[in-house]
Design a protein around this ligand. Structure first.
Ligand SMILES: [Zn+2]
Length: 385
């Protein structure tokens, strides 16, 4: 890219990010916020309106004169499909430029070979688009999130334990079926991305996302970028060792964090403790009804999580930790205990400016995250290659 074009693309992205961060913002405030000249802002916002990415609103508060014209993202500026590929099922969501869901399908997955899955997802994507009267060529792209080790750049699933996939070029398989761009990433990274683009991680340079539920996962943002490690496997937080003499984990190790915190392991421990519960929700309900064993189990999980997370704080010095995933419904018994344990073990100067947020339970966040894989191309800063 020539230097002039590059500068222009960077300025466009920084204007779009300022608009996204504020919801609706006047041109003069964009200039202040981005440090661009008013003339540049006027020129580039005209171009962005022409491209359909932003639109004018007149909802601003009056500053003693006429109401200022505000600029906002045009929800119709992009249509994207985000797919969460889980163990037994997949959730497909059609979203707008804000990653807000317009339509959603959840399907049971058939045979697990890559070809069958890509055919099933392609067919379901076409149905979703047909219902919303959107043509494939109007789609900006499809994002797919799944657990495992993913080379996002190459669109290759290196390892997916659920599907027994090794080095599967899944992005290409699905792209060939659909005839549009397909982006692939680890599902916790997609969740991290949606927090960075639209959630609590906006404008935060260094933050961590920890997910609990079926497993324990982690997304890492350092210096404004997702850290993936040398082979895409960074953030296997669930498999750090808490107790070397503990239970044998599916990864081959012993006493991993997951064996204390994940829902399948909570169920197993409940059984070993003689509790008759049929689901994690049962166990949680019992704990909040003051059953001492159930309470102790959630608190022990919170302690293990807090101890491990304190180590993360000492390593990464984040300003924000976001806790998300289905496991958040374990509530204060687990996460209050986590906070208290962290407070005891963190290196004190790093704890001072640290914000910890427990996100509300949201089934949709994963599909929104997968959609963000594609939406991020609108907002990311171009660089010289
Ligand atoms: Zn493990």
């Amino acid at each position: 890219m020539a230097q002039r074009q590059l500068l222009r693309a960077i300025n466009r992205a920084s204007i779009l990010n300022a608009i996204k961060a504020h919801g609706a913002i006047a041109r003069t405030d964009i200039a202040t916020f981005t440090g661009l000249s008013p003339a540049t802002v006027t020129g580039l916002t005209a171009e962005l309106i022409e491209d359909g990415l932003i639109l004018e609103k007149t909802e601003g508060e009056s500053r003693g004169g006429r109401r200022p014209i505000l600029l906002a993202l045009n929800p119709q500026g992009a249509a994207v499909v985000g797919i969460k590929l889980a163990e037994e099922h997949a959730t497909l969501a059609l979203t707008d430029i804000n990653a807000d869901i317009l339509a959603k399908h959840t399907i049971q997955l058939g045979p697990r070979d890559p070809r069958s899955i890509s055919l099933q997802l392609a067919s379901e994507t076409r149905d979703l688009l047909a219902e919303a009267a959107i043509k494939t060529n109007q789609l900006l792209g499809v994002g797919v999130g799944l657990s495992g080790i993913i080379d996002s750049q190459a669109g290759i699933c290196r390892v997916s334990p659920h599907n027994d996939w090794h080095d599967v070029p899944f992005a290409n398989l699905l792209a060939d079926e659909l005839g549009c761009i397909v982006t692939l990433d680890n599902n916790v990274n997609t969740l991290t991305l949606v927090e960075q683009l639209y959630g609590a991680g906006q404008q935060v340079r260094d933050f961590l996302v920890i997910t609990t539920g079926r497993g324990v996962g982690m997304g890492i943002v350092t210096n404004g970028a997702i850290y993936r490690g040398s082979t895409g496997g960074a953030g296997e937080f669930g498999h750090i060792v808490i107790d070397p003499d503990g239970f044998a984990c599916s990864c081959g190790n012993r006493g991993c964090l997951e064996t204390f915190v994940s829902e399948p392991w909570l169920m197993r421990r409940a059984e070993l403790n003689g509790l008759h519960v049929t689901s994690p929700d049962d166990l949680i309900a019992l704990a909040y009804a003051d059953h001492p064993i159930a309470r102790d189990m959630l608190m022990a999980a919170g302690r293990a999580l807090g101890q491990a997370t304190a180590n993360l704080v000492n390593l990464f010095n984040p300003s924000l930790i976001i806790i998300s995933g289905e496991g958040v419904r374990a509530g204060d018994l687990m996460f209050g205990t986590m906070r208290a344990t962290m407070a005891r073990h963190m290196f004190a100067p790093l704890a001072e400016k640290l914000d910890i947020r427990i996100e509300p339970l949201s089934e949709d966040i994963w599909a929104r995250g997968a959609a963000s894989l594609v939406l991020s191309t609108i907002f990311s800063m171009p660089t010289l290659h």
